[in-house]
Structures are given as structure tokens and as C-alpha cells.
Design a protein around this ligand. Structure first.
Ligand SMILES: [Zn+2]
Length: 166
């Protein structure tokens, strides 16, 4: 895109020759940084008007700027106090719910185990094999419960982690 048509390029009434690409790129960076001298702007605009590759460059940088801005906005979102409190409250509520439920289960399990021990295992009239079978089943159930509980809490934690990441 060189030569010819000088008249059209200088339609903006800018002084001096049309910028070479290398200089235009430098001016472009200055312009995007808001550091370009106002007097230089018409020459840059003239160059961009005729040079596709520099115009493409401008578009790329502008998009880059937009994306960077978006990322910064996401990193420091406007903190809505009400929403923040709502989130904190909801988390506390959930944590409290988990806590009470856990305590309830522990009490129930403890009570059940105590009853089982007193009324079944310590009952001399029950056959040993039956005690062994029930004991094994209960032990297995407890192991399964612990395993499931661990999986649930891991999932819960990773969900919270994802929430934080967002
Ligand atoms: Zn150019």
C-alpha cells in the first residue's frame, strides 16, 4: 500500500509525509496509552486510513486492552455489601446446618451403639454367631458411612474452592 494517492491520504489536512509503518506502530502505542501528542494524531489517523495491517494491529491492541480491563474488573468487582453479607450468612447457615446434623447423627449413632451393646451384645441368651454377624454388619456400615462422609466433605470443599475462584 505505498505510492500514489497522496491527495486522499492527506484529506485530514495533516502536515508532513505519511508515516512509515514502524513509526505508525510506535505512535499507535503512544495513542492507546494516551500519550500521543495531539498534533501527531492526524498523521497516525492518515496512516491507519490507508494501512490495513496497522489497522489490524490497532484492533488487536484494543481488544487486548478490553480483555485486560475485563480481567481487572473481575479481579476487583464492585463489592455489593448486601450481596457480600448474604453470601457470608448463607455460608454460615450452611456450615451451622452441617454442624447440627453431624452432632445429631453422632448422638443417634452413639445411642444406638449403646443400646445395641446393652440389649444385644451383653445378652447371654443371644448366640455368638448372631452377635458376630451383627457386629460385622455394623462395623462395615460405619466404615461406609465414614467413607461417604469424607467424599461429601471433599466435594463440598472443592465446590467452595470453585466459588472462591469465580
Ligand atoms: Zn502501516
Amino acid at each position: 500500500m505505498s505510492g500514489g494517492n497522496d491527495g486522499e491520504r492527506r484529506q485530514g489536512g495533516s502536515p508532513g509525509p505519511v508515516l512509515p509503518c514502524e513509526e505508525a506502530r510506535i505512535r499507535l502505542m503512544e495513542y492507546l496509552d494516551g500519550e500521543l501528542a495531539p498534533a501527531e494524531l492526524p498523521r497516525l489517523e492518515d496512516h491507519l486510513a490507508v494501512c490495513v495491517s496497522c489497522r489490524r494491529e490497532e484492533m488487536v491492541y484494543r481488544r487486548l486492552e478490553e480483555v485486560t480491563k475485563e480481567m481487572v474488573d473481575e479481579e476487583y468487582p464492585d463489592v455489593d455489601i448486601e450481596v457480600a453479607w448474604e453470601t457470608i450468612y448463607r455460608r454460615m447457615e450452611r456450615g451451622f446446618g452441617w454442624l447440627i446434623m453431624s452432632v445429631g447423627f453422632i448422638v443417634l449413632l452413639g445411642y444406638g451403639a449403646w443400646q445395641l451393646l446393652n440389649q444385644f451384645f451383653l445378652d447371654p441368651t443371644q448366640p455368638f454367631l448372631l452377635k458376630f454377624g451383627v457386629g460385622a454388619a455394623v462395623a462395615g456400615a460405619i466404615v461406609l458411612l465414614i467413607s461417604i462422609g469424607r467424599e461429601v466433605s471433599t466435594k463440598y470443599r472443592s465446590e467452595r474452592y470453585r466459588e472462591v475462584q469465580r
